[in-house]
Design a protein around this ligand. Structure first.
Ligand code: WTA
Length: 649
């Protein structure tokens, strides 16, 4: 096996035709951005966006950190993703859908246009959805989810997709925070050969709250029976037939919101990250071209769920803005067997494959030799996202899946960044496994201390983005103060607050950036972000719980798993605490928040001022020796008790 010190050079044949062909080309772009930041972005905004009215100013910093890009410019994202391609790509497949059971549908740009226009008319004419209204999507991975997103973009409504794995309670919270006017859902869909249901979750959410919702639009996918609330619920499949084929698009301002996407932070409730029209779509398209190098007849497959930012930017908006073919898959890559994903790569001649390290580890573990049974020669670029990738998983991906000829782009970014921030370029960057390498051209990152000082090579620090960028978060829906405190409240450089990501990182002697993981109270389970505070708040709802602390614990496959310490109220005994609490977490947040370890302890380690010492709890969860000084704790003996309990778990 190759040593993980090996540097993997770009495939020269690939590099010859790549959008960015060499490190010289990378530096030429990056230096242009350093010398003339606004000029750099102007060049690409003018080249890439179909402006319907010109913008005045590239970047307006007058109300920092509420940055504005391409002020007063007008565009429409559905025009950028569909209409403008109709002249030369009408018959090209826009969305290539494969269902769980192997059913395949090719949706051309012309068909996509028709369906999005009809859906936009349905929303606007039948339900009175207007520019600025919020539309919640609680959808499986079916093409109608993409139609709904683009239909919202067309009429200027703001979509907020809630991942289908979230519970009714979590859905209700998000509906209420956004004050959504309508919810679009489906009866359910298919997974692992069986129907599963979604609609009943919407029913439960709305029976408990969400009073702003006037209508629920239901797409029939698996045709299982669902309950129907007369007057509120509407059948998409019936209503869509009668809709006019053309829906004029709304002229959107660059800075009008395009969508909200709720994500977890280190404190409090999930926050509605707000993205805009122009900056977001520009960077979604540019990163498709630079990082995935899509062109010609490429068929791009991102395995994310549309409920996450990766699905927004790299299943729907980025690929369609770039005029490529995007594969959307309803099922899971390991069903009916560990070769499913590779069979799909072969069948559809996938050129770029983008997935999460957890999926790579699962596919590796379940079917180390599966890839060689299929013809994977169409692949050109492999991508990963969502969590750090360990060198063994990286090397298997590179050798077994990519046949040692495809670059692996380890893309670091966040819901808040809208698109890739740090990533190799497949035709240019020499790659070190497990390392996200360099900031993309136009993006200025630095690894800083809390005081804003630059960290030395080899020294861990806080990963910051020191200049605003077009696809950045604009605010948190309904909570601008939290936007400032969550992202611009920790680190200032030369007196000016800079965006701090919440991740730690380290620079090596070549200037490459390696991400070391979150430094705040956010855990990353299989690439899903969960705030410990959010999980703790859910557990604390249980009557028997007096105190709770949640930490992450390294996990071979999932990257991290959830580890919960619980102190019960006096007089309470719980013999099956793990099941009990996990059921509660399933109801309050969703199955993704279920813990691998839940232990009852006599107390939590606290300082004399009452602060819980999470570092100690993290060390115990990992089974590490406690090296911290515990003599200052209120009750040092508690640590021994907790260690004993943890060992038994
Ligand atoms: C983590 C997902 C290491 C990181 C696009 C970040 C990564 C969080 C990588 C954002 C990567 C994402 N290497 N860690 N290549 N990509 N992360 O908002 O901790 O769901 O802050 O966006 O995932 O998660 P989110």
């Amino acid at each position: 096996m190759s040593s993980n010190k090996t540097i993997y050079q770009p495939n020269p044949e690939f590099a010859e035709n790549a959008a960015i062909k060499s490190m010289d080309a990378y530096w030429a772009l990056q230096n242009k951005a350093i010398e003339d930041y606004e000029g750099f972005w102007k060049t690409f905004a003018d080249e890439k966006i179909n402006w319907l009215a010109p913008y005045d100013q590239v970047l307006d910093e007058s109300d920092a950190p509420f940055y504005k890009w391409f002020t007063n410019g007008k565009l429409n994202v559905s025009n950028q993703c569909i209409d403008r391609h109709l002249a030369d790509k009408a018959e090209k497949t826009a969305i290539l859908f494969e269902g769980d059971r192997g059913d395949v549908e090719h949706i051309t740009y012309a068909q996509l246009s028709l369906r999005v226009n009809k859906m936009a008319n349905l929303l606007r004419n039948e339900f009175g959805v207007l520019k600025g209204d919020r539309v919640v999507l609680y959808m499986p991975m079916i093409p109608e989810a993409a139609y709904a997103m683009l239909a919202c973009a067309r009429i200027g409504a703001i979509h907020s997709i809630v991942f289908g794995g979230f519970s009714a309670e979590a859905l209700k919270d998000r509906i209420e925070d956004a004050e959504a006017k309508i919810v679009i859902t489906a009866d359910g869909a298919f997974r692992k050969g069986k129907p599963y249901m979604l609609k009943h979750v919407v029913d439960t959410a709305l029976s408990e709250g969400g009073k702003s919702v006037e209508a629920v639009l239901v797409v029939k996918r698996n045709n299982e029976e669902v309950e129907w609330v007369e007057g509120r619920d509407h059948n998409y499949n019936e209503l869509i037939v009668e809709q006019p084929a053309e829906c004029p698009f709304e002229l959107m301002d660059s800075e009008d919101p395009l969508f909200l996407l709720y994500t977890s932070g280190s404190t409090g409730k999930p926050k509605g990250v707000q993205h805009t029209n122009a900056g977001y779509i520009l960077w979604a398209q540019m990163t498709m071209e630079w990082v995935f190098d899509v062109k010609g007849d490429d068929v791009f497959w991102c395995t994310a769920d549309i409920g996450w930012i990766t699905g927004h930017t790299y299943i729907v908006y980025g690929p369609l803005a770039a005029g490529t073919t995007t594969l959307m898959f309803e099922g899971v890559p390991t069903y009916p067997d560990a070769g499913r994903a590779w069979k799909m790569v072969q069948d559809h001649k996938i050129t770029q494959f983008y997935t999460a390290p957890t999926a790579i580890r699962v596919l590796h573990k379940m079917g180390e030799n599966e890839p060689e049974k299929y013809d994977l020669s169409s692949l050109k670029v492999l991508g990963t996202v969502g969590e750090p990738i360990d060198p063994p998983a990286w090397i298997w991906y590179y050798e077994a899946v990519g046949n040692s000829k495809c670059a692996i782009v380890d893309t670091w970014w966040q819901t808040e960044t809208g698109g890739h921030i740090i990533s190799p370029l497949p035709g240019a960057t020499p790659i070190k496994p497990g390392c996200a390498t360099l900031a993309l051209p136009g993006i200025m990152t630095e690894i800083l201390s809390l005081e804003g000082e630059t960290k030395e090579v080899g020294e861990k620090g806080l990963l910051c983005i020191t200049k605003p960028w077009p696809s950045m978060i604009r605010t948190i829906w309904g909570n601008p103060d939290r936007y400032i405190s969550a992202y611009f409240g920790d680190v200032a450089k030369d007196g000016k607050p800079v965006y701090f990501s919440g991740d730690g990182a380290v620079l090596d002697e070549d200037g490459y950036i390696t991400i070391v993981g979150r430094v705040d109270d956010v855990i990353n389970v299989s690439g899903h972000r969960l705030g410990t505070a959010e999980i703790e708040a859910a557990v604390a709802k249980d009557n028997s719980v007096s105190e709770v602390a949640v930490v992450g614990r390294p996990h071979d496959i999932k990257g991290e798993s959830i580890f919960i310490y619980i102190v019960l109220k006096e007089g309470h005994i719980n013999t099956d605490i793990k099941n009990h609490i996990n059921t509660l977490l399933g109801e309050e947040i969703g199955n993704i928040a279920k813990a691998d370890h839940i232990i009852e302890v006599p107390g939590l380690p606290k300082t004399r001022s009452g602060k819980i010492m999470r570092r100690i709890l993290r060390s115990i969860a990992k089974g590490e020796e406690i090296t911290q000084d515990i003599s200052t704790l209120e009750d040092p003996s508690i640590v021994e008790d907790i260690i004993t309990k943890a060992r038994e778990a």
